[in-house]
Design a protein around this ligand. Structure first.
Ligand SMILES: Nc1nc2c(ncn2[C@@H]2O[C@H](COP(=O)(O)OP(=O)(O)OP(=O)(O)O)[C@@H](O)[C@H]2O)c(=O)[nH]1
Ligand SMILES: [Mg+2]
Length: 501
């Protein structure tokens, strides 16, 4: 248990209707008690220094009143530099008390709802600091909740993810993890692994009791099922990554295909410059948006061609590297132009698009009439038919071939396709998923250890050989939930939090 009391402004910086100052620690109640009174006036018979109203509040209750700077002559002698001589009214507020251990941090927590002005909150916090409260570090309230056993490490990490969640699916994934689902799953696997470890250790210590053969068979069986569960969990990381970081969608194609028009259509505002001059977009333009509750990062790129202009050349390089980074590529071709060049370009970038979901969209349907449109369509289908055949696949067939008009409802058609992809590949259908890289690395470490243990068991190696890897697996799992984790790891995790949480 910590002996110092910490305080911070928990609401975001800037002006708001209300601001919340949170204080946690053994002296939280006393510290606020000394600056709070339910009456505005300090008369002879009613003094904030003797009111002691916060101390008398029951846990989980709220009280209306006023915050005072108690002044230099404070009875408890806490008056220090910067304090006014007589008590000074600072703000009207609501104070809530949550006593430990049933509080967020597990300690006594007092929250002061002040008016949400920067000057007000800074002043109130400043008074508390003069009275022995220490400025909280980023994430320190949640760190205390973890250290006091209120939550496990996965739940603490989920708090930060929940705060950062920008879309509905990100919120849902963080909330699932915060409710402890992932921690419980890891714990249940860990229990099984530890049972196996215990059995192996007994057999090592008392070789006379059991047949090694039987112990080893049992170990293989139990470890295999634990390994299976962990591998399944590891496979959810990709879904988790989309929820956490967003799906990267690159819009690519030849100059003038309508890429920037599509970006603007998807975003719903004129983010990128659109002209009929080929090579308008030179740099990559990145914007985030929400599609069906998932975060999506859209990138408009320079039109791909053999550019002679050095600036455009750099833009084309960036466009190609953006293609490599993308999860989904929307490749636009201009139906009103020579489609063979678009198809040729599509073949050229096949290395960059390999393994990615490609939406091949033929744009400007509004500019092509019946016969011309049919001829273009035939070319496309012949291209992909021939590219697929004979000596194996030269060019990956796109996931979708669409005919759109970015001038009309093209953006909606593309957005619906991205949405379909997200529903199929993103998280959201419940069950534990891992969103964090730290978790993924540890699950991978646990799986590798299990595989080594099973391998040793199959080769009938000595029991202590097997036991070591089983122990290593349990260690990795314990690091996920924070059962066994170093101070450095803890510090790194919480340093990424925002102040006041
Ligand atoms: N008629 C019609 N014109 C379109 C359509 N989509 C784009 N355009 C026009 O095509 C021209 C090029 O559009 P952009 O969106 O700038 O094309 P881009 O692919 O970003 O071009 P670069 O930035 O040069 O690579 C503009 O004049 C657009 O108005 C469409 O569906 N129909
Ligand atoms: Mg453009």
């Amino acid at each position: 248990m910590n002996s110092d009391t910490i305080g911070a402004i928990s609401t975001p910086p800037g002006n708001g209707g209300i601001g919340i100052i949170r204080v946690s620690g053994p002296d939280a109640v006393n510290a606020v008690d000394g600056i709070f009174a339910s009456k505005r006036k300090n008369s002879e018979d009613y003094c904030i220094r003797t009111a002691h109203e916060v101390v008398r509040m029951s846990s989980f209750t709220l009280r209306h009143g006023y915050i005072f700077d108690p002044g230099d002559g404070a009875v408890d002698g806490s008056g220090t530099e910067g304090a006014p001589e007589a008590p000074e009214l600072v703000d009207e507020c609501l104070v809530s008390v949550m006593r430990g251990p049933r509080s967020y941090t597990g300690e006594d927590v007092v929250e002061i709802n002040t008016h949400g002005g920067t000057a007000v909150m800074k002043r109130v916090l400043g008074i508390l600091f003069r009275r022995g409260v220490r400025p909280a570090e980023p994430g320190e309230f949640t760190k205390r909740a973890f250290l006091n056993g209120r939550i496990d490490l996965t739940q603490a990490e989920a708090v930060a993810e929940l705060i950062q969640a920008r879309t509905e699916e990100s919120r849902r994934a963080a909330m699932d993890q915060m409710s402890g689902e992932l921690g419980r799953l890891i714990d249940s696997i860990c229990v099984r692994v530890n049972e196996t470890l215990a059995r192996l250790e007994v057999a090592i210590d008392y070789p006379e009791y059991d047949e090694d053969e039987q112990i080893i068979n049992e170990a293989i069986e139990s470890l295999s099922s634990a390994g299976e569960a962990l591998r399944e969990l590891a496979s959810t990381y990709e879904k988790g990554r989309i929820v956490r970081e967003g799906l990267r969608v690159a819009i690519s194609g030849r100059p003038n295909a309508g890429k920037s028009s599509l970006l603007n259509g998807l975003l719903g505002f004129g983010r990128a410059i659109v002209t009929d001059i080929p090579g308008t977009t030179r740099d990559t333009l990145e914007e985030s948006m929400d599609i069906s509750g998932f975060p999506v990062i859209l990138t408009d790129t320079a039109g791909l061609r053999n550019a002679s202009d050095p600036v455009e050349k750099l833009g084309v390089e960036r466009a190609r590297s953006e293609l490599r980074r993308a999860d989904v590529v929307v490749f636009l071709a201009d139906l009103s132009d020579n489609i063979d060049e678009d198809l040729e370009l599509y073949r050229e970038i096949s290395a960059e698009t390999a393994g990615k979901y490609v939406i091949f969209a033929l744009n400007k349907t509004d500019l092509t009439d019946g016969a011309c449109f049919e001829a273009q369509k035939r070319k496309v289908s012949e291209f992909f038919a021939s590219e697929e055949g004979e000596n194996g696949e030269k060019v990956g067939k796109p996931g979708e071939i669409l005919y759109i008009s970015a001038k009309n409802d093209g953006a909606k058609v593309i957005s619906d396709k991205i949405s379909e992809y997200l529903v199929a590949h993103g998280a959201g259908s419940g069950g534990s998923i891992i969103t964090g890289e730290r978790h993924k690395n540890l699950v991978d470490r646990a799986v590798a250890a299990i595989e080594r243990a099973i391998g040793s068991a199959a080769e009938k190696r000595p029991l202590d050989f097997i036991a070591y890897d089983v122990w290593e697996c349990a260690q990795a799992l314990g690091e996920i939930t924070g059962r066994n984790v170093t101070d450095e790891v803890i510090d790194t995790i919480f340093s990424k939090f925002c102040l006041g949480k």
